[in-house]
Design a protein around this ligand. Structure first.
Ligand SMILES: Nc1ncnc2c1ncn2[C@@H]1O[C@H](COP(=O)(O)OP(=O)(O)OP(=O)(O)O)[C@@H](O)[C@H]1O
Ligand SMILES: [Mn+2]
Length: 507
């Protein structure tokens, strides 16, 4: 999702030369104004709050950062929140974006239309019970948060870093009345599309497992449950890559907000009361949609993840890409990448991985998947409009965070086989391994802002600990690559990709 680097690229270089084991980085450059918003024609990113132009050098100092050791639970959360703020203020996260040209926005608001054309061009909704009257015009102030989100999608990202719309969007996803709920077709497990009075829509995945449950070791990855908290946690983990649609947790009343408002008769037929009086349903799908696997309220309240829907496919087409490192989805067969030692060199020569930043974007996704132990990344998607030169959408993270006591090294195979990583990713991962920005601390803090945190923390402590452990493994894998490069020299088939870097250069 990185746009071309700004003149502040030297910050990265400076950090790349920093010895992370002995030097702490504060890098608190003044927070740049968000330049990715539509209509901002001047680049304010290098100005501080008073409008002074920043020279843009990251300050690297020896002073200690925020330390949370020995704090009580509440203090430790408070401390984590300041770490999160410090992280997002860091110059590695506030890279200014260049102005986004008109053709790089996913959607356009139609220019004013003549009165004579109005009757045919204006969308007038039939008045439906539960829905609000729309009063939208071309001004973004009149738009509901979901529409602002759609209009803010660009070639490079789904939403800007520190999106001013994010709080309102999350708030509506978590609290707005649900006026309709139907099953979402496609995919293998039960999920619903919910509609809100302002015509926004969201995808709901219900809670299937307790936070502390570990996936049964005898279950293959392809028959594992989907987890609502994994969808929420994946969104928080990704917030710097900005490739997942916003997801929040919600306590849903299964009677008032699903059974009573659904027009989906197949879904309605599957509701029943459990022996202890909880209201349950199971819907229709190809896995786990049976009475034995029903999802149940307590007695009517059900935890769920709620993800904002992307623009409808009839408006914006998406392309689905099969992952080159897709698993075999078989109990006995090996996938090509498991059998062929030189698999990556073939992929590197194959479009779209042979050009641009696709391979590096793919590696970012692989690293995320390893951190959250998601083995189910069979496909990813892109917006068709942007061709091959765009970010990857990582939808569907429901099978992540299944086991905290086990890591899955094979998820890192692409990184290990290709030895490629985006420089900014590598630097950010290094930052997250420093005590003042520990990944587990910032994730704990970030997730504490979700509405479901008040019920129980969305990731249990062992899952948070696993994140730090896995991050270390990623960094070690990169170090091994660097070591190999040092030993074999730089004479190889690799060309430095735009936006990426070979390990030799990182050193
Ligand atoms: N936020 C979203 N907005 C729009 N479409 C979405 C969103 N999330 C997922 N989808 C679409 O719905 C499809 C099914 O969703 P998802 O993959 O999460 O379900 P699933 O049951 O886990 O599927 P599978 O069994 O294939 O893993 C996706 O392939 C994607 O195209
Ligand atoms: Mn899935």
């Amino acid at each position: 999702c990185d746009t071309p680097l700004s003149p502040r690229t030297h910050i990265l270089r400076e950090l790349a030369h920093t010895n992370y084991t002995s030097v702490e980085i504060s890098g608190r450059a003044a927070l740049p104004a968000d330049t990715t918003q539509r209509g901002s024609s001047t680049n304010d990113a290098n100005k501080d709050a008073k409008g002074h132009v920043q020279t843009g050098s990251a300050s690297i100092n020896m002073a200690g950062g925020v330390g949370c050791n020995g704090a009580s639970r509440a203090e430790s959360l408070e401390c984590g929140l300041s770490k999160l703020e410090a992280l997002f203020d860091h110059s590695l996260y506030t890279m200014p974006f260049t102005h986004i040209p008109e053709e790089d926005w996913l959607l356009k608001v139609k220019p004013k239309i003549k009165a004579s054309e109005k009757s045919s061009q204006m969308w007038v909704s039939a008045s439906q019970e539960g829905y609000e009257d729309m009063q939208w015009n071309s001004s973004s102030d009149s738009h509901p948060p979901w529409l602002r989100f759609h209009l803010g999608i660009s070639r490079w990202q789904l939403y800007p870093h520190r999106d001013p719309n994010m709080d309102a969007l999350a708030q509506q996803l978590a609290t707005h009345p649900i006026v309709s709920a139907v099953q979402k077709s496609g995919g293998t497990q039960l999920k619903l599309v919910m509609s809100f009075p302002n015509y926004g829509q969201a995808m709901l995945k219900p809670m299937k497992q307790e936070r502390d449950d570990e996936t049964n070791y005898n279950l293959y990855y392809f028959s594992d449950f989907e987890r609502h908290n994994a969808e929420i946690a994946a969104f928080h983990l990704d917030r710097y890559k900005l490739c997942f649609p916003p997801v929040v947790g919600r306590l849903v009343d299964v009677v008032k907000e699903i059974k009573d408002v659904t027009t989906d008769r197949k879904l309605a037929r599957t509701f029943f009361n459990s022996p202890v009086g909880n209201v349950c349903f199971y819907g229709q799908c190809s896995y786990y949609c049976s009475t034995e696997h029903a999802v149940c309220g307590r007695p009517r309240k059900l935890e769920a993840s709620v993800a904002v829907m992307l623009p409808d496919l009839s408006l914006v087409t998406r392309r689905t890409w099969r992952s080159p490192w897709r698993r075999s989805y078989s109990r006995s067969k090996l996938a090509n990448w498991e059998a062929e030692p030189n698999y990556c060199s073939t992929v590197k020569k194959t479009p779209p991985y042979n050009k641009g930043t696709r391979l590096l974007d793919f590696m970012d996704m692989v690293i995320m998947d390893f951190l959250m132990s998601n083995m189910d990344r069979h496909h990813y998607e892109t917006f068709e409009k942007f061709g091959n030169n765009t970010f990857l959408l990582h939808l569907d993270n429901g099978r992540a965070f299944g086991r905290h006591s086990k890591d899955e090294p094979s998820i890192l195979a692409p990184l290990e086989q290709c030895c490629r990583i985006r420089r900014s990713t590598w630097l950010r991962l290094n930052l997250l391994s420093l005590s003042q920005y520990y990944l587990s601390d910032v994730m704990r803090a970030s997730l504490s802002r979700d509405p479901l945190h008040s019920v129980a923390p969305l990731l249990s402590e062992p899952h948070l600990t696993a994140l730090d452990r896995r991050l270390k493994t990623v960094l070690e894998t990169v170090s091994r690559c660097q070591q190999q490069r040092r030993e074999t020299g730089s004479a190889d088939d690799d060309k430095c990709h735009k936006g990426g870097i070979r390990f030799m250069l990182v050193l």
